[in-house]
Design a protein around this ligand. Sequence first.
Ligand code: PMP
Length: 405
Amino acid sequence: PTEVVPQAPEDPLFGLMRAYKADQSPDKIDLGIGAYRDDNAKPWVLPVVKKADEILRNNPELDHEYAPIAGIPSFTSKAAELMLGADSPALLEKRATSIQTISGTGAVHLGALFLAKFYKGNRRVYVSNPTWVNHHQIFNNVGLPTESYPYFDKNTKGLDFEGMKTAIRDAPEHSIILMHACAHNPTGVDPTLEQWKELAEIIRERKHFPFFDSAYQGFASGNLAQDASAVRYFIEQGFELLIAQSFAKNFGLYGERAGCFHAITSPGEEATTTITRLASQLAILQRSEISNPPLYGARIVSTVLNDPALFAEWEENLSTMSGRIISMRKALRGKLEELGTPGTWNHITDQIGMFSFTGLTEQQVQRLRDETHIYMTKNGRISMAGLNIHNVDRFANAVHHVVSS
Ligand code: PMP
């Protein structure tokens, strides 16, 4: 049977990582991977995570027994509050169910699996063009084909709002619309709240089903509530919807795989019984996929979210990360403008979150890699966290060089 299995291409992002590691140049710069780095280009363990870890290690009560199928309740309940707001009508009216997942990827997957099994509308998932590449394969793997809606305007390097609206309006009724809650990956371009309101209107008119992927709450504006405002607006409007939530970036818990999946139903008398039915099916899916979610990351997050002092400290840690990224955006734009690099560079500071879609061509990206040991994905996306006070000028000079010649 193995003869029929073809060789798959290497994941481009991980291929890039491998090439970076193999590069012997002391000046090499990694702008590929979407993980936060400090000013010395090193991974940063959040101080609040270190504290939570200490608390956990000193707790003699903790063992390594299985977590409940739906995860650690003190984690999932606070994860829901963080996403929806503690005073969310969905929580007060008990029409939300939350289940712990293998980080954001696992949450998107669980949602996809749930839709594949139960969704009776148009079984096509509309995703932004471009989107996190994994979206396509996660949905395709469970038999849900993806379609794209326009998102990025190459000329303005901002949102193609008209194109996006038209495509969502033209999609067959009852389509699944996947949206990034904030800090869109890979473009760094988000709709404004006013634009979200217009989108909500179209989605309602067309009876579409919204699915939000939230992988960067706290990373976009540095404000947790603000970064959840699109999701919260849709819930206020009474939508039934799904949310995938990751704690990889905002807690720096990448490898610990802490995430949560939330399903929300519309208000009404049936809401609570509906949510109980949904929860029962999600538990079955979870059982067949992973049986029980992992403990460590969820315990760290739970420790922080349940303690007001630690929570406040976490918010400070988030500002440290988002603040450093914003200062790098300013530094990069400033230097490119100072050099007089051809083109406009306002998009570098207009875009938000971890990534920037620079507008560099595939050829320029290749030259940066070959001639200057700078690594980024071939679509011209850079991880802003890979820039720091020591390398931002060198990067700007290199960009200037490949754009000018
Ligand atoms: N969704 C988006 C849009 C992302 O960018 C990411 C992280 N790259 C994820 C989901 C999931 O990441 P993780 O599984 O590490 O939480």
